[in-house]
Design a protein around this ligand. Structure first.
Ligand code: FE2
Length: 205
């Protein structure tokens, strides 16, 4: 009999099987967004771009994926709605990057990539282990889900990633001559959470 291995309490990162196809009108709207400086890169001044009519089809696509995450993966009770709060465009030009960060005041965060990245020149997104498992820095003979401290994913046009907002991530310096563009968003919860008897009840409208 083989030993059983249980991957206890993993962080669910969902990569959409379906890729969103941007229309030329959507690309036009995105290319005209006013950008302001962010740490290491730039972001749109508009922090609610998914509320604009020009991106309403994209919002339908994202809402569907968020609902699937909430309902089938997290199995949150029906009365709790997870809705998009802020949404914005990120641009990393040559030599720009995304410092390691998480998304406070959000439940599930997401990112959707705009560049085709056919030659794989754009830097991948990298997620980091939240809690170190052992109190020493080991050297490993191979990496797997149980010993890796981070994991990278190459990006594709229209690919959506959803992840718990407190999962830290970053992107290395863009060494290509292209702009690495993505749309990010945060979410929050509506409805009653906690319980009356446990004295943890909160209703968020
Ligand atoms: Fe992020």
């Amino acid at each position: 009999m083989n030993n059983a291995i249980y991957p206890l309490f993993p962080y669910p990162l969902v990569v959409s099987g379906k890729k969103y196809e941007f229309s030329s009108a959507e690309n036009d709207y995105i290319s005209k967004l006013e950008m302001i400086d962010n740490i290491g890169n730039s972001m749109s001044k508009n922090d609610k771009i998914l509320e604009d009519n020009e991106l309403s089809d994209l919002k339908v696509f994202i809402d569907e994926q968020v609902l699937n995450y909430k309902k089938n993966l997290l199995q949150l009770k029906d009365e709790n709605e997870i809705y998009i709060t802020q949404s914005w465009l990120n641009n990393s030009n040559t030599s720009q990057f995304h410092p390691r960060h998480k998304h406070p005041n959000s439940i599930i965060s997401g990112v959707l990539f705009l560049d085709q990245n056919k030659d794989g020149h754009l830097p991948p997104i990298r997620f980091h282990r939240t809690l170190q498992m052992y109190p020493v820095d080991f050297s490993f003979t191979g990496l797997n889900e149980f010993n890796a401290s981070s994991r990278e994913f190459d990006t594709e046009q229209g690919m959506l990633m959803l992840f718990p907002s407190l999962l830290e991530h970053d992107v290395d310096k863009n060494t290509s001559d292209r702009t690495r563009s993505s749309i990010s968003f945060n979410t929050f919860v509506r409805g009653t959470i906690g319980g009356k008897e446990q004295l943890t009840e909160v209703t968020i409208s």
